[in-house]
Design a protein around this ligand. Structure first.
Ligand SMILES: [Cu+2]
Length: 125
């Protein structure tokens, strides 16, 4: 009877610890991106493969687009600074092109950035 109790308590402790680990692993990585003629800031968006990501994209001037074709993300970013949001799970490690997808003037073609995903660091614990 006592052994059963100890085992139950141990199981509860393990389950609680696991729940904490899952919650920590799933905290959303939010990055604010400003689109402005003719660049994105930051020009490199750093994420860790597998983590939930929320990109909050705002325009600093006119209408722009924010596209990551490899992830099938394509947002129109309105003038006036209202945010648009893209939420996704960070892709496998690699470099993913980001481009403006709304013609915004003569520098439009150079309006590029990158989503850089790195492999998660494993700790020995
Ligand atoms: Cu553009």
């Amino acid at each position: 009877m006592r052994l059963v109790t100890i085992v139950s308590v141990a199981a509860i402790v393990i389950i609680t610890a696991a729940a904490h680990a899952v919650r920590a692993a799933q905290s959303v990585h939010e990055v604010t991106v400003i689109a402005q003629k003719f660049a994105f800031e930051p020009a490199e968006i750093q994420v860790v493969a597998g983590e939930p990501v929320r990109l909050v994209v705002r325009s600093g001037d006119s209408v722009h687009g924010f596209a990551i074709p490899a992830l099938k993300i394509d947002l129109q970013v309105p003038r006036g600074g209202d945010p648009v949001v893209a939420e996704f799970i960070a892709p496998p490690a690699g470099r993913y092109d980001v481009a403006c997808s709304e013609f915004c003037g003569r520098g439009h073609g150079q309006m590029r950035a990158a989503l850089v995903s790195t492999a998660p660091v494993r700790t020995n614990r």
